[in-house]
Design a protein around this ligand. Sequence first.
Ligand code: SF4
Length: 380
Amino acid sequence: MARLIDSGPGCPTPTPLRGASAAAARGLVYDDAVKAETDALYPLIADFVTPMEWPAIAPLVAGINRLKKTKNAVILAHNYMTPDIFSLVGDFRGDSLQLAREASATDAAIIVQAGVHFMAETSKILAPEKTVLIPDTRAGCSLAASITGADVRLIKQKYPDYPIVTYVNCTADVKAECHITCTSSNAAQVVEHVAKEWNTDTVILVPDQYLAKNVAAQTGIRILTWPGACEVHELFSGEDVKQLREAHPGVIVLAHPECPPDVLQEADFAGSTSALSNYVAENQPNKVVLLTECSMSDNVAAENPAVNFIRPCNLCPHMKRITLENIYDCLVTGQHEVTIPEDVRVRAKAALDAMLALPKMARPLAFRTGQVPLELEMVI
Ligand code: SF4
């Protein structure tokens, strides 16, 4: 069960314990030059950082932005980053698919992945000539940890006639064994594409069982799946949505498709983080709740000040390992570089390329809501 809190700038996003010492320990001070460089940035995060905290944070922000220039580096910031990272130092912001496209397009020498490890691997797969850094190697993912390349090889032995689609939230080893990747923006498009290409009515979609169930409800294609789940989104339930509607009459409920199907059954709209963000920007609902990772609401709220957000507090502990401090440190030291054996990288790239070669969608696909949840057969 998700823990629900009320709206307002009180969401307990864990601003790391900084104090002046975090910047000072790195030889950074809040002097006139830093103040001049960062004053215009403060309003972007004024709902999350108090004026008292700002002198401790601004030197890190200025230090990171200076290092990016001198080292020809860019920061790819996922939607689940805290607002200080997302709004103040991120060069490209978005969901997995958007960041993957940016990784292959940028001409920067260094990519710092402000996200989790599988995302940094995806950048390295697509941009092998670039140095890809992850600020904290412990930034993992429950979905990525649920399945290995060896598991996929066994699935292929058992089901040689079915295409295997993997959600990008997996390791390079897993991508290397699958036929094509997908994201939550294009999962239905990818599944329909491979079913047609393989002339089959059955597709295997791993490792997220909930995404698979939600895609099956959209496409009508028989999907076999794997018992993985996102430890953040699986906490939401259809019952949570009913309680939210009782507590906040008129609230518009938006859900991510990594949530269990009973959540999408009760929601008003469902889609990837980009789709949710677009929905809020275009519809400007009076009162909205995003059933996804907590910082996402903070970041969308900052861009939509007229919208009142109800904020369930489900944090991804892996995403929250990335901080301004360790982004600064990785730019200074060059740690931690992400490497992938070349044979694995090449095969993983083939799966990513198969997805990226599909016609670019004008906008991320929305999932139908109100559908009766489906049960799917597991491949194990
Ligand atoms: S939010 Fe879920 S899917 Fe995303 S990194 Fe965290 S555990 Fe993985």
